[in-house]
Design a protein around this ligand. Sequence first.
Ligand code: COA
Ligand code: ZN
Length: 315
Amino acid sequence: MSAWNGAGRRIHIQEVGLRDGLQAEPRFVPTADKIALADALSRAGLAKIEASSFVSPKAVPVLADAVDLFTGMARQPGVVYSALVPNLRGAERAIAAGVDEMNLVMSASESHNLFNLRMTRAQSFAGLMEVAALAHRHGVRVNVSLSCSFGCPMEGEVAQQEVLEWCARYVDELNVHGITLCDTTGMAYPSQVHALTQAVRARWPDLELTLHFHNTRGMGLANLLAAIDAGADRFDASLGGIGGCPYAPGATGNVCTEEVVHALELMGYDTGVDLAQLLTAAHALEDLLGHKVPSQIVQAGRRLDLHPLPAGQAC
Ligand code: COA
Ligand code: ZN
């Protein structure tokens, strides 16, 4: 089936603006505003909401209110509420806060793992093994995000084989529910994305596979379409296109949720997301952050948001 014709196929859109987005913002967004935003996004029909991080509040102070956020959100049935978890301490806090899913994080690149998590990849894996065991005992789903799966801003290329080997360890040894292949600093390009997605899909057809793109070099939407063509149906995106890992040099925003939904719906895909509600939330986000967001749909409007003919002009 051609990726150019959506033919009503469901594509799951997972909102990461509250986590990947807000972690890159200097200003602390008050908890009540985060709750209102999370509730608006849930009502708009997003499949999953990564609402915060249970990381060290010293490392990422703007997300220090993760527990209050989780207890304050109005949970919509059918929406999965997830949070990023780097270690056992974070997992204990996440379980106490009632997350549906933990998004464990490790980098496919040794340098980025050392910089971001202050551990080697082998140390991360050993730690996350304990975290996954704890999550399984509590009936909490486990997803693993592999940062820098398409390239590392410090090491350069990350070999496809390397990424597949880490996937194998997480799927086969840790029995994780899902894997997210992250393009942390926008180094991915469409043919590379197609090849890796196809390889993962072929080897683990039942795995919940997510692709996580940043639009740092303008290839975000092209990468997403390449992944759909290779069999992916689940993507992270960030309202307004905000975001970026504070521990990855040169990181900028994620692919933008409203741009992705706008494009996919035009192509005949079913995202389950109400674009009008999403746009209302995206406009409100600029006030919340105190600056413009990268979203081109916020700036230009939808394709058929028409302008009046300037006065005195004949057709
Ligand atoms: N939740 C709450 N507190 C935590 C924590 C967690 N998940 N993980 C560590 N801490 C605490 C430690 O107990 C320590 O507290 P103390 O100073 O009162 O003793 C403090 O945070 C500092 O810990 P740190 O020196 O950073 O080392 P660490 O090995 O305990 O933690 C990390 C390492 C990577 C977990 C931590 O630096 C972190 O959370 N970084 C943020 C990574 C991130 O969000 N990256 C972007 C997204 S990919
Ligand atoms: Zn990211």
